[in-house]
Each structure stands twice: as C-alpha cells, then as structure tokens.
Design a protein around this ligand. Structure first.
Ligand SMILES: [Zn+2]
Length: 333
C-alpha cells in the first residue's frame, strides 16, 4: 500500500497519521435499533503492518473487552511509530447487553464466519467484520475468556499449520501457548482459510468476571506484539519465563452430578492419577467421589461451578504429544 493512500473502512477515510472511529451497521433489532460494530483506527505516518485487536465476539467474555478498552484508555495505539491498529473492543453488542455468549436465537458469532449479508444476526455480524475490516489486517488478536463458570489460564492459541501465527504467538509473551486446530466456521479458521490471515486467540479468565492476571497479561501482550512488529518503541518489560507449550488438550468430565470443588486449579503441571477435585452428594447420602487426572500435562482451564451435571467439563488438560485418536480435537473458544 502506498503511504499516501487513505485506508478506507466502511466509508471512513484514514490518511497516514490520522486516527478516528467508524461504525459498521451489521443488523437491526425488532425495536428498530441498529446493531453496529464500532472500530477505532490508528495510523502512523510511516507504513507498516495492520494489526486488528478484537474482543467481545462472545458477549459475556468481559476480560477481552476490558483489555482492548484499557489499551485505548492508556493511549497505547496513539504512539504507533509504523503501521496501523484497528481496535474493536466489543463485536457482539447484542450478547453483551443480554449477558450472553450468543445472539437472540442461540447462534454463536464465532461459529458463523465468514458470514453472509442476508443471514441471521450472528452471520451478519461476522460478515460485517469479514467484509469491512479483515481484508485490511495482516494479523488479528481475538480476545476471549472461558465459557460459563470455566476459568482459562492466560494463553494464546494459534493454528498448528500457520508458522506466522506461531511466531506472533511467541512474541505476545503469554505464559501458555496452545497450537491446535480451531473449530469450524470460527474466525481463526475462516480468516486463515479464506484470507490467509493469521489469527491469535487469547483466552484468559472466565465469563462475566474480571480477572486481573488475564487483563494484565493481555495488555502486556498487546504492547510486546506491537514492539516485535516494529510498530511501538521498545519499553522496559518484565523478564518472562519461557512459555508452557502444548499441542493438544483433553477435558476431564464429571462422572456423576453433585456439588463440585476443585483442589487443583489452572496454571500448574498435573500428573496422571493425581486428585484434582471432588464431587459430593448434596443430600449427604453418598461419600464424595474424587476426580483423578487422566494423564500427565498442564492444567489450562478449570470449572468454578459449584453444581455440576454428569458430563460437565471440569478440567482442561493440555499436553504435548497427541495420541492419534485425540489429535485435532478442537478446544471451545
Ligand atoms: Zn469466547
């Protein structure tokens, strides 16, 4: 791209050195109110890569929204020395207003990519991003948390077969990196398949709760990644421990329903046969049943739910060498 050409996003024009906002209408509510996507655009005078920071694709995953909001509030993107940052702090406005992962009909925006112009609301939101913003990006960081009642240790996930995403993942500096295959029709899979666009998925904390560690790691990661891309001046950062690298994961599920308490939480190595928690009978009739770790690995997520049903996901164990039968199992994100 020539350095004097404006960046055109949904009718907005951004010349080098310019910043501003653009609002993309994605759909309409029954009340007549519009569902729109607000994007903040920051361009340095000097050409360089374009990085998209995106949050709130799941409306109840608040840590990511807070990470992007704080980056905006701290004027991190106003100090770019090269390139462009596009920041979308809240993609799924409907889900956010309704404290919900999904939109009104239960459809998941992150299973609706690349989306269609005349599809359901989830598909239209995905389309609004795919058509107007993704074609401009060279790299995307998509911020998530664990689902309802599930805590994720701060981690970056990237496509196993995307070397550029692997390099960007390491530059982010999260304490855990999971390379895997993303779910079908997710942003990460769709952008790579249709646009050859590397996407990093950041996971940290659980839905509807602030998690200070996940927010701090996320903001520091944004800065490190931009510095590695040559887009921000280097500043002193905490020295990092080498990340834990995992290439596959397995869920440990509840064998019986009842009252659940973990005794081991995310962020630590685990050993096969180790007790991870107990499920108790709320009526006080049956003795508590221990939940044992099925294999050696590293705990990348755990449930904080007090009441669990049979089959509920309790612990998410990451490990390095996938047995063939389990290879390629997509982690929920
Ligand atoms: Zn999510």
């Amino acid at each position: 791209m020539s350095d004097i050409q404006p960046l055109m996003i949904a009718g907005g024009e951004f010349f080098p050195g310019q910043s501003g906002e653009v609002e993309i209408v994605a759909g309409q509510l029954p009340s007549g109110n519009k569902v729109s996507i607000l994007a903040h655009v920051f361009r340095a005078y000097t050409p360089g890569p374009t990085v998209l920071f995106l949050a709130g694709i799941h409306g109840d995953e608040i840590n990511g929204v807070e990470i992007v909001r704080r980056c905006l509030d701290q004027d991190i993107f106003k100090n770019l020395i090269t390139g462009t940052v596009i920041a979308v702090p809240l993609l799924n406005v409907y889900g956010f207003n309704n404290l919900s992962r999904n939109v009104h009909d239960g459809k998941d925006v992150n299973r609706s990519f690349p989306g269609t112009q005349k599809g359901s609301l989830a598909s239209r939101i995905a389309y609004g991003l795919s058509k107007n913003i993704l074609p401009h990006a060279d790299l995307v960081v998509d911020f998530h948390t664990g689902g309802r009642g599930t805590y994720n240790y701060p981690q970056i996930r990237y496509n196993t077969d995307d070397a550029r995403a692997g390099a960007a993942a390491r530059s982010f500096g999260a304490p855990l990196i999971l390379s895997n295959r993303p779910p079908a029709k997710s942003l990460r899979r769709s952008a790579f398949k249709h646009l050859d666009l590397p996407v990093l998925t950041y996971e940290g904390g659980e839905n509807m709760r602030y998690d200070a560690l996940s927010i701090d790691v996320g903001i520091a990661g944004v800065k490190r990644l931009l510095q590695t891309q040559g887009m921000l001046a280097d500043t002193p950062q905490d020295k990092l421990k080498p990340p834990v690298l995992v290439t596959a994961s397995v869920w440990v599920r509840a064998g019986r329903a009842g009252l659940f308490q973990w005794s081991k939480k995310s962020g630590f190595p685990v050993r096969k046969g180790e007790p991870l928690g107990v499920i108790a009978d709320p009526r006080g009739k049956l003795p508590p049943k221990r939940v044992l770790c099925p294999r050696d690995g590293f705990m990348i997520g755990h449930a904080n739910a007090a009441v669990v049903s049979q089959g509920d996901a309790l612990f998410h164990i990451g490990y390095v060498t996938p047995p063939p039968a389990e290879a390629g199992v997509a982690a929920k994100e």
